[in-house]
Design a protein around this ligand. Structure first.
Ligand code: CTP
Length: 411
C-alpha cells in the first residue's frame, strides 16, 4: 500500500555525520511516491552538498531564509502550507533543543513552527550527548507535543565509541513516516497476531513443517501497528524480520505457540490467527539423530496438537477472533465450516492452488466470510494491502463497533 504516494514531505536535514544517510532516505521516500522538499541547516551543508538533495528530490534544496535563495520572505510559510509530514533526519541535539523551546532562527526551525501536519524526528549523535538530560528532557517535551521520535540504534558511532546514538535504519524511519500518515483508527486496541508455519521436531536435526512463509501474518502485524494498535506478534516464521514497533514473540512448535497465545489472550481485543499450525506432531522426539542404518522402514507415529483457535473460540469473552483457512478444494464451504466449528468472527479463506495466492507469495487472493453469511471477494493484492482490507473488515464487525461505542460512552 503506497501510503506515501503523492504526499508532500518536508525532509529536514541537520548537521551531523549521519546527514549523508539522509540522501538515501530522500531517495527511498521519492521511490515510495512522495514529493520531497528538502530543507538543510547551514551545518548540514558542511557535511553534504545541497545539490545531492536537489537531484534526488527533483526540486531545489532550500536552506536560507534571506539572500539569494530566500527572495521570498514568506518561504517558510509557503513550504509549510500543504505539507503532509515534517520529517527531520538526522536530528541533532541542537535542533531538538531549538524545537523544544520554539526557537526559529533559520528556514527549518521557522517552517517547523509553521507546519500543522504530523512531525517526526530521528535523532543521531554521540551516545553521551544523546543520554544527556538536556537532550532527553527536550525529547520528552517534543513527545508530549505529539512529535514522533524514531529512536536511534545502538552500535558503533562515527566518533568511535559504542552506544545508542546511531541514526535508526532508513527502513524504520520510512515505517514511522507511513504510520504518521495513516489514520490511527486502531489506537487503544491490542491485536494478537500469529504467523508462520510451526516446526515439530522429530530429532535434533529434523522437523515436520509446512509451506507457510509468515508473510501474511507479518503484513497484518505491520498494518495494525501502522494504524495505531498495540501489536503482539507470535511468529513461527523463519528468515523474515518482524515489522517495526510490534512486541515480538518468536516460537517454534504448535505447543510453544499455544502457550504464548493463551497467556497473551486476556489482554487482546482482536486475535488474528494467520499461522499455519501443525495439526499433528511426532509422538516421540528422538534425543539423538535418527540413523537410517538402524531401520529397514520407518513408521512415524503422530499425535494431535492443540487447536489453538478452537480453544480461543471456546473461552473468548470480549475478544474478536479472525481465522484463516488455506484450502485446496471447496475453500468457501471449508472456511464456513471452520468458522462455525471454532466460533470465529471473521474467516479469511484462500485457495492456495491459485497463482498469486497463499504460501510464500507476496500477493494473496482471499475471500472474507462473515458469520451472517456475507462474503467479500478480494482481487489479487499485495499482502500488506490484503492485511489492511482484513483490518477494515474487523473494524466493521458489529462486535468491534459495539465495544468501541461502550468505551466512548464511558469516556
Ligand atoms: N489453527 C490453530 N491451531 C491448530 C490448527 C489450526 O489455531 N492446531 C488455526 C489456524 O491458525 C487457522 C485456522 O485454525 O486460523 C484454520 O486452520 P487450518 O489449518 O486451515 O484448518 P484445521 O482446523 O487445521 O483443519 P484441516 O487441517 O483439517 O483443514
Amino acid at each position: 500500500m503506497k501510503v506515501l504516494q503523492g504526499k508532500k514531505i518536508i525532509l529536514g536535514v541537520c548537521g551531523g555525520i549521519a546527514a549523508y544517510k539522509a540522501a538515501d532516505l530522500c531517495r527511498l521516500l521519492v521511490k515510495e511516491g512522495a514529493e520531497v522538499q528538502v530543507l538543510m541547516t547551514r551545518a548540514a551543508r558542511e557535511f553534504i552538498a545541497p545539490l545531492t538533495f536537489s537531484v534526488l528530490s527533483g526540486r531545489p534544496c532550500l536552506s536560507e531564509m534571506f539572500g539569494e535563495e530566500g527572495v521570498n520572505p514568506l518561504l517558510h510559510i509557503e513550504v509549510a502550507q500543504g505539507a503532509d509530514l515534517l520529517l527531520i533526519a538526522p536530528a541533532t541535539a541542537n535542533i531538538i533543543a531549538k524545537l523544544a523551546w520554539g526557537l526559529a532562527d533559520d528556514l527549518l526551525t521557522t517552517t517547523a513552527l509553521a507546519v500543522t501536519c504530523p512531525a517526526i524526528l530521528a535523532p543521531a549523535m554521540n551516545v553521551n550527548m544523546y543520554n544527556n538530560p538536556a537532550v532527553q528532557e527536550n525529547l520528552d517535551i517534543l513527545k508530549r507535543r505529539g512529535w514522533g521520535i524514531v529512536e536511534p540504534e545502538e552500535g558503533e558511532l562515527a566518533c568511535g565509541v559504542k552506544g545508542k546514538g546511531r541514526l535508526a535504519s532508513l527502513e524504520k524511519i520510512v515505517a514511522y513516516a507511513r504510520k504518521a500518515l495513516f489514520p490511527q483508527d486502531l489506537a487503544g486496541k491490542v491485536f494478537l497476531i500469529t504467523a508462520g508455519g510451526t516446526r515439530e521436531p522429530l530429532d535434533p536435526v529434523r522437523f515436520i513443517s509446512n509451506r507457510s512463509s509468515g508473510k501474511m501474518g507479518h503484513a497484518l502485524a505491520q498494518a495494525a501497528w501502522e494504524r495505531g494498535a498495540r501489536v503482539l506478534l507470535v511468529s513461527a516464521a523463519q528468515g523474515i524480520e518482524p515489522p517495526w514497533g510490534v512486541e515480538y514473540y518468536p516460537v517454534e512448535t504448535a505447543a510453544d505457540m499455544a502457550e504464548k497465545v493463551l497467556s497473551l489472550f486476556p489482554e487482546a481485543d482482536v486475535v488474528i490467527k494467520a499461522a499455519a499450525v501443525a495439526d499433528f506432531r511426532p509422538a516421540e522426539v528422538a534425543g539423538e539423530k535418527i540413523k537410517k542404518g538402524d531401520y529397514k522402514s520407518f513408521v512415524l507415529t503422530l499425535e494431535p496438537t492443540v487447536d489453538i483457535l478452537a480453544e480461543l473460540g471456546k473461552s473468548k469473552r470480549h475478544q474478536i477472533l479472525v481465522g484463516f483457512a488455506a484450502e485446496t478444494r471447496e475453500p468457501l464451504n471449508e472456511g464456513a465450516l471452520k468458522m462455525k466449528a471454532k466460533n470465529v468472527d471473521l474467516m479469511v479463506v484462500n485457495d492456495v492452488t491459485l497463482e498469486g495466492a497463499g504460501f510464500g507469495s507476496d500477493t494473496n487472493i482471499v475471500t472474507l466470510l462473515r458469520p451472517d453469511g456475507r462474503k467479500e471477494e478480494l482481487p489479487r493484492l499485495p499482502k500488506l494491502e490484503v492485511a489492511h482490507r482484513i483490518l477494515n473488515a474487523v473494524k466493521e464487525l458489529p462486535r468491534f463497533k459495539e465495544k468501541a461505542e461502550i468505551l466512548t460512552q464511558k469516556e
